[in-house]
Write a protein that binds this ligand. Sequence first.
Ligand code: HEM
Length: 392
Amino acid sequence: MTELAPVNADITLQQLDRDPFPIYKRFRAESPVLRVQAVGRTLLTKAVDTRYVKEHPTLFSNDDPNTPMKRAFRAHTLMRKDGHAHQRERDAMQQTFHPAVIRDEWAPRYEAIAEDCVSRLPRGEVVDLFQALSGPYAARGLAALLGVDEAHDADMQRWSQCLIDGAGNFGWQDEPFARSDSANDEMDTLFDSLQARHKAQPNPSAFSVMLNADDPIPLSQIYANIKIAIGGGINEPRDALNTILFGLLTHPDQLAEVKQKSDWGKAFEEGIRWVAPISVSSRLATEDTEIRGFRIPKGDTVMTVQASANRDEDLFDDGESFNVYRDKKPHQAFGNGPHFCPGSHVARRAIAQIMLPLLFECFPNMRLPDPAAVPWRGFGFHGITALPVHLA
Ligand code: HEM
């Protein structure tokens, strides 16, 4: 009989929230399969293991009843489904993410939104780009893509945060669920009011595509999956943009080369490799199995740490550093397997092809006055929480 993985009883959630990377580095070296008490899960920190788990969905299910996600969303979203049930709901919004639709519909929309956001930025001042740019840009673009254009940017961001806080409420406290309940009520009211428009004027937005399908999924699931996209489609592009800006502004030599060669796509991939916006994902073992010779009992929840996989020494030389021109290797920031992020191409287009070149063209001399003071945080989602940049 193989042994269970070792236990770590020291690391706290606060430590993982503030500065997880040195901890992951140690875990990779000492115990890549580790039952971390503070998290209540078995953490996997090596790239080969995180990929293996996500690529074997019958052995590692997304349908984990132990997470507060269902309660937060008041629904069983596609993200927590497996097999045919998952595929059916994912397919229902697939047309929205089709490359031709991204090119013809979303790219011009994102361009207009980017120009509007950038034109509002003051010149010659220090501005928090999290508040003034990356948050609103992510929210506005997503609202268009999902067909909820009527939602205010601030509401989109608040709903997203309430859903995330509810889904991460592992202590099952009342307050985060009260906030996610209010957000759900507001979103339901908005979605109810939008049905007539989408029925009268079918369009490529996710809401319209799902609503007007020949064989639509239930309306409750349409709502649930728009909500999962709101919960999972704002933070990541926002945090990715902030991270890439931080990486480039703290590495002027790389920035100069990126500008000269228009290597914005490479900068994007390196930014999300370096700090994966979604750091971890949970999967439930459906039967007794093994990873790296350790027993993973049926019913155990493993956590794939893609933030760590993306810095794995087996794949990346000096993975702790931001280096746009490192040897190209596959990162896992968009996940793997059947739940691979459907928004990956939209995100690449919106950030690498639209926002980054536009921003650096308008503000060629922008600089980060105090990189050491830039705050980073988050365990499930890790990113910058304020990015004061001098715009010039
Ligand atoms: C840089 C930007 C983004 C990153 C890094 C990112 C990352 C991810 C990751 C890692 C997953 C898989 C989670 C898992 O395996 O459990 C995922 C799933 C998902 N993402 Fe993204 N995402 C980004 C942008 C977007 C955007 C713009 C949308 C727009 C709608 C989106 C919608 C979704 C949805 C709906 C899922 C669930 C897919 C499923 O369960 O089948 N994401 N994303």
